[in-house]
Design a protein around this ligand. Sequence first.
Ligand code: SAM
Length: 282
Amino acid sequence: MLGSMSDKAIPEEILAHYEQEADEDLRLRRGLGELELLRTQEIIRRHLPPGSARILDVGGASGIHAEWLLDDGHSVHLVDPLPRHVEQATQRLGKYDGFSAEVGDARTLNAANRSYDAVLLLGPLYHLTESADRVTAWCEARRVVKGHGVVFGASITRYAPLFDGLTGGALFDSTFRALTEENLSTGQHRNPTRAPGWFTTAYFHHPDELAEEVAGAGLRVVELVGVEGLAAWVPELAERWKDPEGKETILFAARAIESEPSLRGLSAHLMAVATPGHKHGA
Ligand SMILES: C[S@@+](CC[C@H](N)C(=O)[O-])C[C@H]1O[C@@H](n2cnc3c(N)ncnc32)[C@H](O)[C@@H]1O
């Protein structure tokens, strides 16, 4: 059974969303979607150790991040609960010596203790709707990362549906408005009618919560940054993104506020960079 590798199965609607609706590869290669990809790359690259690293990409989908990490000279093992994602990634990336993949769940990794230089959790935390499951995923990442390695965990921010709905128009629909009110008060997102474009069962983090989860797993936050800033909510910027100077300016705007606590919740995604290691001299 799909998702049976943990005590708790992954809800059917999440699997169906990625089987039938979402195209994780296209999402980050198209228009302003590329902003998330470029910002994720720069945040990860500035924390990876020099040389070739062993990276575990948990929730790696069809290998969107695995591909550029392999091109950078690292080896990548990808884990994803969807056999379809694992097949797509293997088909495209099987030509790299350093690539391997398996079906699996962030809560019960097969990897040995302290076996990776870096672990990516870019996606699983969106879909683990219970706090205990998210902390379990962080704990698993901590178990398999080396002592001075680094874990990258992404979340969708609490306010993302509000901004997305306001600028995209869905917020003017009473059903979406009600879902957004629920998102704002509990972080819980459901799409009971499976309306296209309204995502699937998910949890949207308040920025402070991500740091709490990291600490709850015994990891230390190295940095907590907003990924996209305001730009993801301004559809008109898609035109400017096509032009290299426009792209540079939009990236500048995201970088300018990435660590500003009062503005972290403006981004669609937050990235926590964490390590089991202690600060030098600590
Ligand atoms: C939004 S996609 C993100 C894909 C890619 N990592 C990225 O950053 O663009 C979320 C991914 O998390 C995976 N996922 C969902 N629940 C998971 C779990 N419990 N453990 C591991 N991966 C999970 C999904 O199958 C999907 O591939």
